[in-house]
Design a protein around this ligand. Structure first.
Ligand SMILES: C[S@@+](CC[C@H](N)C(=O)[O-])C[C@H]1O[C@@H](n2cnc3c(N)ncnc32)[C@H](O)[C@@H]1O
Length: 401
């Protein structure tokens, strides 16, 4: 991929990545990407459908309980749509006869699958969607196969045998249906899927679930950094069209040639939790600047002293606690180059309770000056950037160069 903003290149120890083709400004939109594949993140059987099965918009509470919701004529309440248009679009693509029947068979004839954690049921949904993509758009299926992710046939065995016995893809599949292919697909999904979150208002606790997952052909090349310089936004419920596109905006200025990275999860997690997650979910050890600093913190501050961690406190421990913040404060005195994240947290982390979203400025104004309005990529909150003056001129800060 090469655009006016980003160039794809090989990066030592990280595979392919995206670097700035020219100096990039805070707030600039560097990528707008449409999914090649979208699938629900809900269990196979869920009583009340909250989202349209085509566009994944939230069904309004009035429409979800009334006749204005349009059900699939074959599987009825299992797949409902926000409009006749969405139903027609789905019947001609993602919810055509084979995926509709395959999901029905998995729901009705695989009691063992329904006993598995939701994660595995969602993987079954992904496989149906991926095999359907092979039938429906072989070229996009090839793009999916070209993404990063090494197959693991052991973990794929259970789902592969279910699909081959209950709902094998039609013989017109352009690639041989095999355990190896199923394993490869699951690996692509694990390393590359982006979650489209449910609306913030559904949960006050800050624990937001994912409503759907998408595979985005260009955004899949962003590598991870625990102090990202860009973040992604989605507007599933508010965008008038292409509502499942994701938009990546710069958090702050970066020079030409700098790698552009996202954080694969909220930036407030502590070192031990981040490293665990990156290894388990993405198969790598992070050596970013923030990790290099935090690797030298004591075990206690990093949250990996098992004697101190009670089972029931685990979730809380995964977030940065007061000790971490004390470490930040003391390290800050050693110079900003040793510890840029105190500045990052202050300026770019949403301060709304339990949000933990990242803030990026709105796109620059027409005359090129930076916007002083910051938008949170989780709760959508807009706030004035205290560190940009009214004319859009920013304070000098350590993350620009
Ligand atoms: C979404 S893909 C990113 C693009 C990928 N590098 C590629 O070549 O297609 C995620 C995978 O990239 C690699 N990766 C991402 N960030 C990394 C980092 N900071 N250090 C090492 N590897 C990284 C890991 O293999 C991870 O599973």
């Amino acid at each position: 991929m090469s655009s006016g903003f980003l160039k794809r290149t090989e990066i030592e120890g990280r595979g392919r990545g995206l670097v700035a083709s020219r100096p990039l400004k805070a707030g600039e939109i560097v990528l707008r990407d449409s999914p090649i594949l979208l699938y629900s993140a809900l269990p196979l059987i869920n009583q009340s459908s909250v989202y349209c099965s085509n566009c994944f918009r939230t069904l309004s509470s009035s429409s979800s309980s009334s006749t204005s919701v349009v059900p699939c004529p074959s599987c009825s309440h299992h797949h409902v749509f926000c409009s006749q248009n969405c139903l027609s679009a789905a019947l001609a693509s993602s919810h055509s006869p084979w995926p509709c029947q395959a999901l029905s068979r998995l729901r009705d004839c695989a009691p063992l699958l329904l006993e598995q954690p939701v994660e595995q049921q969602v993987q079954a949904r992904f496989l149906v969607a991926a095999y359907h993509l092979a039938l429906y758009s072989p070229s996009q299926f090839q793009i999916l196969l070209s993404l990063e992710g090494a197959p693991d046939t052991t973990t794929a065995q259970f789902l592969h045998s279910l699909i081959s016995s209950l709902c094998p893809p039609p013989s017109t599949l352009p690639v041989p249906f095999s355990l190896e292919l199923t394993a490869a697909l699951l690996a692509k999904d694990k390393h590359n899927a982006f979650g489209l979150m449910e609306p913030c208002s559904l949960h006050n606790s800050g624990q937001r679930a994912v409503r759907a997952y998408g595979i985005y052909p260009n955004a899949s090349f962003f590598n991870h950094d625990c102090l990202p310089n860009a973040c992604r936004f989605d507007y599933v419920d508010t965008a008038p069209d292409h509502n499942t596109d994701i938009i990546v905006r710069m958090i702050h200025d970066v020079p030409q040639g700098r790698e552009i990275c996202l954080s694969y999860f909220p930036v407030n997690e502590n070192y031990a939790s981040r490293q665990r997650r990156l290894m388990e979910d993405y198969g790598f050890t992070c050596h970013c600047d923030r990790c290099n600093v935090e690797a030298n913190w004591s075990d206690r501050e990093n949250g990996d002293d098992e004697d101190l961690v009670q089972e029931e406190e685990e979730e809380e421990e995964e977030l940065m606690d007061e000790d971490d913040h004390d470490q930040m404060e003391s390290s800050k005195g050693q110079g900003d180059t040793d510890f840029p994240h105190a500045y990052f947290f202050l300026r770019y982390m949403c301060d709304r309770e339990n949000c933990w979203g990242t803030l990026a400025p709105l796109p620059p104004k027409d005359d090129g000056t930076a916007s002083n309005i910051m938008e949170c990529n989780v709760c959508g909150n807009l706030k004035d950037d205290q560190m940009t003056d009214a004319s859009g001129v920013e304070d000098e800060h350590p993350m620009d160069d």
